[in-house]
Every structure is written in C-alpha cells, then in structure tokens.
Design a protein around this ligand. Structure first.
Ligand code: ADP
Ligand code: MG
Length: 240
C-alpha cells in the first residue's frame, strides 16, 4: 500500500512537471513562430529585423536553459554515494561565490563541525547547495543587511544543514508554492532550482524544508541520514 501511494505521488509529480514543461516551452515557441511567419512580409522592415534579432535568440536561450536544467536532472546516472565531509563541501560551494559575496558585501557565517560526514552523492548535494546560496543572494539583492548563515548539526539519527539569509522572505502562500516546478517570482527565473533540489533530497532519502518571514529572511534546512566517519573503508571492507 505504501509503495502504491509513493508510485501515485510520483505520477502526480511527473504529470505536474510535464504540464509545466509544455507550458514553459510553448510561450517562447509561440513568440519564435510569430517572428518566423512574419519574416517574408517584413524582411525589409528595419525595426522588425531589430526586434527579431533581439527576441528570437532570447527566447531560444530560455528554452535551452529549461532543457539543460531538466537534462542535468534526468541524465539520471544512479546516485554515486560516497562519504561527504560537510565542512569541506560548504567551503567549496562558498569558494564558487567568493567574488560575488565580496562584491555584494555579504557577511558570511559558517558553523559546520569538522567531523560531520554524510553518505551522499557529492556532486548532486553540491548542486542543491549552489541553488540555495544563489537563491539567498538573489533574495538579499536589495536588503540593507546581508547575512548568509550556513550551519550544520547532528540531530537524532541525522544531520541537518541549514542555509539562512536576511533577504526579502516569503509569506505562507509563497512558501506553499516553493517546490512546484516552474514556480518563480523572478523576471529571469525558471523556477526549477527548488523543484529539482527537493527531488534530489528525496532520492537521497532526505528532505528539504523552508521557513521564512516576510521582510526578515528565509532558512532552508536539508536533512540527511547520519553516517559515521568510521563507516569508511576499513569497516566496509571488513563487512565484505
Ligand atoms: P528561481 O530561482 O529560478 O526563481 P527556484 O526554484 O530556485 O527558482 O525558486 C523559486 C522561487 O522561490 C523564487 O522565484 C523565489 O520566489 C522563491 N525563493 C527561493 N529561495 C528564496 C529565498 N532564499 N528567499 C526568498 N524567496 C525565495
Ligand atoms: Mg533559484
């Protein structure tokens, strides 16, 4: 019964995703089609040509980005589980943003104990963290006070990793739509980042949750099953 419910839930999520993809691809496609249809008649219209050269590549790029995001996700290599040191992982993600953090004068607090190791696909968890940090920075773009806080903690049987910002925050209505595919409030947004992050965490047997206060900030929390460091080579080899 449990398996049936999970399968139903998956089909529902898939249906929602497919409907979203169809919708998101149709808009730019319609724009491109209109330009192409008008082209023979308007070939000599200079303003038309300028608009075509501006909008068609833009719309094509948008379609391309949607497809890239989805392919990244569905290139569905099985998870490559390994021992991942959270402090090292957080450091490497912040390294990617170092210049931007400095330019935007973001104050960063990292509180991740050195001995925290999780069993996970490092590349994919890194992708989730990148999504969260990117969203945090975007949410703080016009905040006078920009604090990015990354904390990790071991909790009953698991490890929690939280990414907090002092950005624009969300109300309960916004919070409830956060993980839907193609939900975005950004002009240049695609709305796949959190949808895919949620799916990736579920694949790991973990979860992602958000709490937020409008005008104050947002915290995303990732939860992983605990993996002791000693679990590494020696013991696994011993077990055969
Ligand atoms: P995108 O970043 O392309 O909009 P995401 O799936 O990453 O797509 O995020 C979906 C939406 O959730 C964002 O458009 C924004 O409205 C909201 N959101 C995500 N992270 C935050 C955050 N840290 N603070 C406030 N709002 C957020
Ligand atoms: Mg995003």
């Amino acid at each position: 019964l449990q398996a049936q419910l999970v399968a139903q839930e998956k089909m529902r999520a898939l249906g929602q995703l497919v409907a979203g993809i169809a919708h998101e691809l149709r808009n730019p496609l319609t724009a491109i089609k209109t330009f192409v249809e008008l082209l023979p008649k308007k070939l000599d219209d200079e303003r038309f040509r300028a608009e075509l050269l501006r909008y068609v590549p833009e719309e094509m790029e948008r379609m391309n980005r949607i497809l890239e995001d989805l392919l990244d996700y569905s290139r569905a290599k099985p998870l490559q589980m390994q021992n991942v040191d959270l402090r090292e992982l957080v450091g490497s993600v912040l390294g990617l943003f170092a210049r931007r953090l400095e330019r935007e004068q973001v104050e960063v607090v990292v509180d991740v104990p050195g001995e925290l190791v999780i069993r996970a696909d490092r590349a994919r968890v890194k992708q989730v963290l990148i999504n969260l940090v990117m969203n945090a920075l975007e949410a703080m773009a016009s905040s006078p006070r920009k604090h990015l806080t990354i904390r990790a903690d071991s909790r009953a049987g698991g490890v929690e990793l939280a990414v907090g910002d002092t950005g624009e925050g969300m109300d309960t209505e916004e919070l409830s739509r956060l993980f839907q595919p193609f939900y975005t409030t950004k002009a240049q947004g695609i709305g796949l980042g959190l949808y895919l992050s949620d799916r990736l965490m579920q694949e790991h047997g973990g979860r992602i949750e958000a709490s937020s206060a409008k005008g104050k900030g947002t915290t995303f929390t990732l939860w992983f099953e605990r993996q002791e460091k000693e679990e590494s080579h020696a013991q696994l080899a011993h077990r055969g």
